[in-house]
Write a protein that binds this ligand. Structure first.
Ligand code: SAH
Ligand code: DHB
Ligand code: MG
Length: 217
């Protein structure tokens, strides 16, 4: 199987199951125009995040790694009218693009982008958080996992993006990102408060995967 085939299948799935989405199209167009990297989740992945957040009845959502707010908009769509979302982003330019995209999507009142390093901002986030999406610098995943766990309550869900990285995750001597993912996995395995799995994905974003963590106590 090749990237062209994975992309063709994603194109088909998105066409078959997702509605036309001018607000998200505009968010991506403005992200591109501002020169942001094209590393947002795919549309079918974004909708998966929304469905997972809805399935656990999330009223308070935390995201680490906003970029242009594409995944943020999907997550905000899971919120009830009085719900809240906080997204943490290191790059002020990314945050500015994201705030405009969130405002156009109608979430200026519910979704807030905070600028700084995730590890520095996490201590100021108010819990409890029902759903966390971790998608920033992968080297910090151990800190993001413990921060998210500390903000969680029993029943909360934590989802981590990019945990396979084209298979690189199997290399014990991999780069800092791989080390971050592997150390996070070891922490998860040793943590009695959570139950977790990870799944590989192929699609328009290549070969990667999600880790799904349910906080049980
Ligand atoms: N969640 C987005 C994609 C995020 S890309 C989506 O799917 O639409 C990763 C983002 O994490 C980038 O915007 C990058 O600037 C940000 N980032 C990198 N290091 C960070 C850090 N230490 N703290 C917070 N954000 C960081
Ligand atoms: C990268 C980061 C991401 O969050 C992603 O989904 C894909 C790639 C990266 O840093 O290369
Ligand atoms: Mg990602």
């Amino acid at each position: 199987m090749s990237q062209a085939e994975w992309t063709a299948v994603d194109d088909y799935l998105v066409d078959a199951l997702l509605e036309a989405d001018p607000v998200l199209d505009a968010a991506l167009a403005d992200s591109d125009a501002a020169g942001l990297p094209q590393i947002a989740v795919a549309p079918n992945q974004g909708k998966l995040l929304m469905l997972l957040a809805q399935a656990c009845g999330a009223r308070r959502i935390l995201e680490i790694g906003t970029l242009g707010g594409y995944s943020t908009i999907w997550l905000a769509r899971a919120l009830p009218a009085d719900g809240r979302l906080v997204s943490l982003e290191y790059d002020p330019k990314h945050a500015e693009v994201a705030r405009k995209n969130l405002a156009r999507a109608g979430f200026a009142d519910r979704a807030e982008v905070r600028v700084g390093r995730g590890v520095d901002l996490l201590p100021q986030v108010e819990g409890p958080i029902d759903f966390t999406f971790i998608d920033a610098d992968k080297a910090s995943n151990p800190d993001y996992f413990s921060g998210a766990l500390g903000l969680s309550r029993p029943g909360s869900l934590i989802v981590v993006d990019n945990v396979v990285r084209g298979g690189a995750v199997t290399d014990p001597n991999g780069d800092a990102n791989v080390q971050g993912i592997r150390r996070m996995n070891a922490m998860i395995a040793a943590e009695p408060r959570v139950s977790a799995t990870a799944v590989q994905t192929v699609g328009s974003k290549g070969w990667d995967g999600f880790c799904l963590i349910r906080v049980v106590s």
